[in-house]
Design a protein around this ligand. Structure first.
Ligand code: ZN
Ligand code: ZN
Length: 144
């Protein structure tokens, strides 16, 4: 579904979802956690897309620019975007134990952050909120 949306959107905007870009998005979608560029590169290399780091970086940057993926600063990694809404303000719930990343909707937060920015006469171009902690499974394990 995410892939189909990416195909439709790139077609509508006249940008190219090349095979390597498409495969990179698939790789992120198959993994349910954020992935580092080198991890993505290894998978691309295994699929015959070459071993040059710029290949992975360029594909990942493209996906981020188009809104199909997010860069998680905290982990220096990338995750596929699961929200159908473009230009949204995602909140990432990052488990510090298993590194699973969940994306939550932060529309309520978005207004508050924009007000806060406006009061400082600041124009935000990107809003990303990262929460670090334990996922349900890891916190249950920690309590056991
Ligand atoms: Zn997203
Ligand atoms: Zn966890």
């Amino acid at each position: 579904m995410v892939l189909r949306r990416a195909e439709e959107q790139t077609r509508a905007e006249g940008v190219r979802l090349t095979p390597v870009r498409r495969r990179t998005l698939e790789i992120l979608l198959e993994s349910h956690r954020a992935m580092g560029a080198y991890e993505v590169l290894e998978k691309l290399a295994a699929d015959g897309y070459g071993k040059q780091p710029p290949v992975a970086y360029r594909a990942l940057e493209f996906l981020v620019e188009q809104g199909f993926a997010h860069r998680i600063q905290r982990l220096n990694a990338y995750a596929a975007c699961l929200s159908p809404e473009r230009n949204h303000a995602p909140v990432f719930l990052i488990c510090r134990s298993c590194e699973q990343v969940a994306e939550a909707d932060a529309s309520a937060l978005r207004g508050a952050l924009q007000d806060l920015a406006a009061r400082s006469e600041f124009t935000p171009e990107r809003i990303t909120v990262e929460l670090l902690g334990l996922c349900a499974r890891c916190s249950a394990e920690a309590a056991a």
